[in-house]
Design a protein around this ligand. Structure first.
Ligand code: CA
Length: 218
């Protein structure tokens, strides 16, 4: 799952983005509402971290717009300690949770997990592909009954495939999942990570569809 972080305080934004990446979350960080709207049009984010006071407008307006459009993506608002009104407005406008600045980064990760659990309780989080089981909320995978340890990028690629078991995903779609970890993506990155996943999950789980891409076999 990819996270969009909308926060204009550079030190806080940097700290949150870095910490979430270390916790195996793919994060894009923007500092303005217009950049956030462009990012939301381009990428299917699973969760949004939303500061409410941004240089070009109010985060609450973006949240209300999303909910008006029946966009049910999880949103956690980032609010200042003295802005109790913000928290109430945020929750009333459809935020899933809030966290008060300054916050502990591990607490933020825990809240993200809790919000994901709640939203996954609605949609089942377990995906099966042959002998492979993937828990998209706990971010764990088991192959033939044994838990498989994956790096952040291996996980990002597998998660992307797992969201559409049986469908063929293009190299470009899979590259997008890897881009979130930085711009230093090599042209053969998808091949490299598919090959690493095959070493861990067996050769047959991820199938190459010649000329089209890759898919997880159901
Ligand atoms: Ca702000």
């Amino acid at each position: 799952m990819r996270i969009l972080l909308i926060e204009d305080e550079p030190v806080l934004g940097e700290a949150v983005a870095t910490h979430l990446k270390r916790s195996n979350h793919a994060v894009d960080w923007v500092q303005r509402l217009d950049d956030a709207e462009a990012a939301l049009r381009a990428v299917d984010y699973g969760l949004i971290l939303l500061d409410l006071h941004l240089p070009d407008g109010r985060g609450i307006d973006l949240l209300r717009k999303l909910r008006r459009e029946e966009d049910k993506r999880s949103v956690i608002i980032l609010t200042a300690r003295d802005q109790i009104r913000d928290r109430i407005d945020g929750l009333n406008s459809g935020a899933d949770d809030y966290i008060v600045k300054p916050f502990d980064l591990d607490e933020l990760v825990a809240r993200i997990l809790a919000v994901q659990r709640r939203s996954a309780a609605k949609a089942s989080s377990m995906v099966r592909a042959g002998s492979l089981f993937i828990d998209q909320v706990e971010r764990k995978a088991w192959y033939e009954g044994r838990e498989v340890q994956l790096t952040a990028r291996e996980w990002a690629l597998l998660e992307c495939l797992a969201q559409r078991v049986g469908a063929t995903l293009s190299k470009a779609q899979l590259e997008e999942a890897l881009y979130a970890f930085g711009s230093e993506i090599e042209s053969n990155a998808v091949e490299v990570y598919v090959s690493r996943l095959r070493k861990k999950l067996g050769a047959n789980v991820i199938r190459t569809v010649r000329g089209l891409g890759y898919r997880l076999e159901p």
